[in-house]
Design a protein around this ligand. Structure first.
Ligand code: 6CS
Ligand code: FE
Length: 316
């Protein structure tokens, strides 16, 4: 089914000019119902840059159990055979496991941490659900990179996400340094929609999760946007958090260091922005890439249920 009107045309036969985004960046402005943990300075920085880097958000020690979860999953042969596990093209070892929030209770709790869920509701100005989640394990001396792209461009074209009202959270499980292929972003690029040339192939996701071919902006546009906003590769210890707006241009280099770069990645989408039919693809993608069933509003978990009702809530 084609859409009568598409604000964000892409995957075209020929180039079209860059347009301005047609959506707010912070959706809760002037809606005090959605106040949250971020102060005005952080909101304004997110609005301007399209991302926020929260160094040391969690302790490094608290990241360890997620590695254990990855090891436990590697022992689950049925899971390892499923399409939601992407093996590293070189070594065959696990590169990504999608749908982590539905496999691991620990991961599910993380998405419902009051601090993260509070930030997501504040930025998106509504109740939210998880559009996509995954754990990435990028080993040393490999771990191919990803070309420049906007996640929203993919989610709009291939998953039918109507508007720019989603935010990605990348939680560093390992240190992010300049050598192990950290994520790079172009600050301010989220303010523009960059139409991409090239039709979406059938079942594109079977290759795009290893290498992004369709949905890569042209080099001239990338040069202009990087010329304006520069390129930033946030670095810091395991436990640090990167929040980035769904339309922010980002990429990553190959990991040429001996050190792994692993992260948890999950996307909050507004319940007002649920997936429609793809805007520029032959067919829908699997549920683990774009949730269509499990889209109820997420509920915060109680840090200390045993203290519920006693008014005590120690900081964690
Ligand atoms: O296609 C997707 O949904 C995934 N691909 C990339 C390159 N980034 C976002 C997302 O995880
Ligand atoms: Fe991406």
């Amino acid at each position: 089914m084609s859409h009568s009107h598409d604000l964000y045309l892409s995957r075209l036969d020929e180039a079209r000019p860059v347009t301005s985004r047609q959506d707010p960046v912070v959706h809760s402005r002037a809606q005090h119902r959605w106040s949250g943990p971020l102060d005005e300075v952080s909101l304004s920085r997110y609005e301007r840059d399209g991302y926020l880097w929260l160094e040391g958000f969690f302790s490094e020690e608290s990241m360890q159990p997620f590695f254990q979860a990855l090891k436990d999953m590697a022992a689950d042969s049925d899971l390892m055979e499923s399409e939601q596990v992407i093996a590293d093209p070189a070594s065959g070892a696990i590169r990504s496991v999608f749908g982590m929030h539905e496999i691991s209770e620990r991961f599910s709790r993380l998405t419902r941490d009051p601090r993260l869920l509070g930030i997501a509701r504040q930025l998106l100005g509504s109740e939210v659900y998880i559009h996509q989640s995954r754990i990435n394990d990028k080993f040393g001396f490999q771990g191919s990179g990803f070309d420049w792209h906007s996640d929203f461009e993919t989610w709009h074209a291939e998953d039918g996400m109507p508007r720019m009202r989603a935010v990605s959270v990348s939680l560093m499980l390992t240190d992010n340094n300049e050598f192990n292929g950290p994520l790079m972003v172009i600050p301010g690029s989220h303010q523009y929609f960059v139409p991409c040339v090239g039709k979406t192939p059938d079942a594109n996701w079977r290759s795009s999760l290893k290498k992004q071919e369709a949905g890569v902006p042209d080099k001239d546009t990338l040069a202009i946007l990087a010329g304006r906003g520069g390129i930033v590769a946030p670095k810091g210890p395991a436990g640090s958090l990167l929040l980035f707006e769904c339309n922010l241009l980002h990429a990553s280099n190959e990991n040429m260091s001996p050190w792994p770069r692993s992260n948890l990645f999950f996307v909050y989408n507004s319940v007002e922005n649920k997936l429609d039919e793809p805007y520029a693809a032959p067919g829908r993608r699997p549920e683990f890439l774009g949730a269509r069933k499990n889209t109820e509003p997420l509920q915060m978990y109680d840090y200390y249920p045993e203290l519920a009702g006693q008014g005590v809530r120690p900081l964690q």
